[in-house]
Design a protein around this ligand. Structure first.
Ligand code: 1HN
Length: 351
């Protein structure tokens, strides 16, 4: 006997007497078997997430309109959330496990100090003069910089330059919220230290860390908060030279002292996509969001072709079949994925 031959024939709710269903409902209990296949589909998960692109050329005017309509005092964070249409507007998710928004700050504005249980990162899309202060460390925001605001750390944003500053926020909010564990605490503005951020002093070169940091006594969970794009871009261009034609030119952002992903829940990487070459990453169980730092091209994701250019953001479902191609020059991509969460839960897979 092959159990698989029978397994689709599990009992339905309608097969049960109405009075029995009513009795169970009144007691807040439910039979599992009508829902078992839905909870655990065979072989591959069911996915509501759609492969989808948000074009910056379309999002930007809406964000600028928010700048006119809503003063920062009325918003705290002036953000438009990128909502995957497969989940609808209300869910506020780009993928089931990744929240992504685009945040606008105007000259002189302050997004006040707070800390919260979800972990976040900022990835700078446009503008000069923005900064984020994290636990007293003032991090300048230049285009392409990655800035961490891990769970529990104080953070506030400001803008000392001219013109709009826009960045992408990525958070592990969906999971933290679904755990009924999401909350924030507000605090007075931080006194930023008059020092350069650690990317410019302590962590200048891969493979070298301050000697003192080896002392377990002084170790912190998040030694490096800012990852400047100038360094990442240079490293990608160097890696390009030493990487075979069909291999990924991709660098992961890690904790420089442990080599582990820089946040416990989400992973971040930057990729150089070579002009005109198809690149198919191995399908993975993780979902991801891809942001176009520079260049243009297209991605085929589960049979859907999405064209993209600078500033665009793409949602990629779990288990997706993917093919990327840059055109008219190399492209630089930033990826956020939930592989660290899946690894911690023990089921991360590559196929
Ligand atoms: C948050 O704290 C920020 O600090 C941005 O800039 C977006 C979305 C949901 C929850 C907290 C920020 C956020 C957020």
């Amino acid at each position: 006997m092959n159990p698989a031959n029978h397994s689709d024939a599990l009992g339905r709710l309608e097969d049960l007497p109405a009075d029995y269903i009513a009795d169970m409902t009144a007691l807040s209990i439910a039979p599992l078997w009508p829902q078992l296949r839905g909870l655990l589909p065979r072989g591959k998960p069911a996915r509501a997430t759609q492969p989808f692109v948000w074009h910056y050329a379309e999002v930007r005017p809406q964000l600028m309109r928010a700048g006119e309509l809503t003063p920062i005092e009325k918003a705290e964070r002036r953000v438009l959330v990128l909502c995957n249409p497969g989940h609808g507007i209300e869910k506020l998710v780009a993928t089931p496990n990744i929240y992504v928004g685009m945040q606008l700050i105007l000259p002189g504005e302050v997004a006040p100090n707070h800390r919260h249980t979800p972990s976040a990162v900022r990835f700078v899309v446009e503008g000069e003069g923005g900064f984020t202060t994290v636990q007293g460390e003032k991090c300048p925001m230049h285009k392409g910089d990655l800035i961490l605001t891990p769970a529990g750390l104080w953070h506030e944003h400001g803008h000392e330059g001219k013109g709009p500053v826009v960045w992408l926020d990525a958070l592990d909010l969906p999971m933290v919220y679904s755990m009924e564990a999401s909350y924030a605490i507000e605090g007075p503005s931080q006194n930023a230290r008059a020092e350069l951020d650690a990317s410019q002093t302590k962590y200048r070169r891969a493979g070298l860390v301050p000697f003192e940091s080896l002392s377990l006594k002084t170790r912190t969970a998040y030694p490096q908060i800012r990852y400047p794009w100038v360094d990442v871009r240079e490293a990608l261009n160097a890696l390009d030279k030493g990487t075979p034609k069909d291999a990924a030119v991709q660098l992961a952002y890690v904790n420089p002292e442990t080599g582990a992903p820089c946040l416990p829940t989400l992973g971040f990487s930057a990729q150089l996509l070579r002009d005109g070459l198809d690149f198919s990453p191995r399908p993975r169980s993780a979902s991801s969001v891809m942001h176009v730092i520079e260049g243009r091209g297209e991605s085929e994701i589960d049979g859907v072709t999405l064209k993209w250019s600078e500033g665009d953001t793409v949602a990629i479902p779990t288990h997706a079949q993917i093919k990327h191609r840059a055109s008219n020059g190399n492209a630089y991509l930033f990826h956020v994925d939930d592989a660290p969460t899946q690894r911690a839960l023990g089921f991360y897979q590559e196929f």
